[in-house]
Design a protein around this ligand. Structure first.
Ligand code: AMP
Length: 287
């Protein structure tokens, strides 16, 4: 079947599953001439509830940047589900269904899963969300190609796209240091990143995020977090996902956020950038 036909079917499947129910179809927001104005515009959706619905945000950023960490914290804070397509792919892999071996090969090479598979997994997750009475979302790991972004834009209105950025030297180390508790699913990182300041660039320290004692003996590493595969994932990000930043920049939806360090430094600043700085939950979430 031609790719475009499959994509149309995937899109139809998203529509049929209710992704766009009650939502306005995608409409590009106006461009602001100044970057500052543009960022201000971006924050408007945070101060109102567009069409009375919950926030629909996307997190972009290279592998290892911390999308999962910050998206998950924000989802608890603003009360919308955090939906990571990487998790959906891993769940499908673990279920050992008919797609498993095909997916394992793709993921373990650091390549992207075909659009129609990932869209189908996402559609099912969104359907489950509706059944649970959840609304809104923070998408993490989707869209990863301009084509995915176009399809998403065609079925629903994304309010805000947060582009998390971290110095390249830290990304590989962060991926290689990632650990997951096989029992509770908690995410940790054993990497201690200490980049010395040079040539006018400030240094950067990111402390490890160590597991609590009950998880320490149950740490596992993702099969695609090897040096070779991470390098390929970074290459693919630059080739296929970086253009998605432009896609949203041109639509005035992209909020750039340079992570200044680890969670203690970055989390309060991110909340500030999102105009959530005065929220009481900030203090407990930052702890
Ligand atoms: P992540 O946990 O986001 O790093 O995703 C793990 C892997 O799942 C990726 O390397 C891809 O193989 C696959 N994957 C996740 N999201 C997508 C997507 N939107 N499009 C294609 N493949 C994806």
């Amino acid at each position: 079947m031609a790719v475009s036909k499959r994509l149309l079917l995937a899109r139809a499947s998203m529509v049929a599953r209710g992704l766009c129910s009650g939502l306005e179809l995608g409409s590009a927001r106006g461009f602001a001439s100044e970057q500052e104005q543009q960022q201000q515009q971006l924050l408007l959706p945070l101060q109102r509830s567009p069409e009375g619905r919950n926030h629909q945000w996307v997190f972009l950023g290279c592998p290892g940047v911390g999308k999962g960490t910050y998206a998950s914290r924000l989802s608890s804070l603003i009360g919308v589900p955090h939906i990571a397509t990487g998790d959906l792919v891993r769940d499908e892999l673990a279920a050992s269904g008919p797609l498993s071996s095909q997916l394992a090969e793709i993921v373990n090479q650091g390549k992207l899963v075909p659009d129609e598979i990932v869209m189908d997994l996402l559609s099912k997750r969104l359907e489950a969300r509706e059944a649970k009475g959840e609304t809104g979302f923070i998408l993490d790991g989707f869209p990863r190609t301009v084509r995915q972004a176009e399809i998403l834009e065609g079925v629903t209105d994304i309010d805000l796209v947060v582009n998390l950025k971290l110095r390249e030297e830290a990304l590989l180390a962060k991926c290689l240091g990632r650990r997951i508790c096989s029992q509770c699913g908690g995410n940790y990182n054993i990497a201690s990143i200490d980049i010395k300041g040079e040539n006018g660039q400030p240094g950067m320290y990111m402390a490890p995020l160590l597991p609590p004692p009950q998880c320490a003996s149950k740490m596992i590493t993702r099969s695609d977090d090897t040096e070779e595969v991470v390098k390929e994932r970074l290459r693919i990000y630059n080739e296929l996902t970086k253009p998605v930043e432009d896609f949203y920049r041109q639509r005035g939806k992209l909020l750039e956020f340079d992570l200044p360090g680890g969670i203690p430094e970055s989390w309060p600043k991110l909340l500030q950038a999102l105009n959530l700085g005065d929220n009481d939950d900030k203090r407990s979430a930052a702890a």
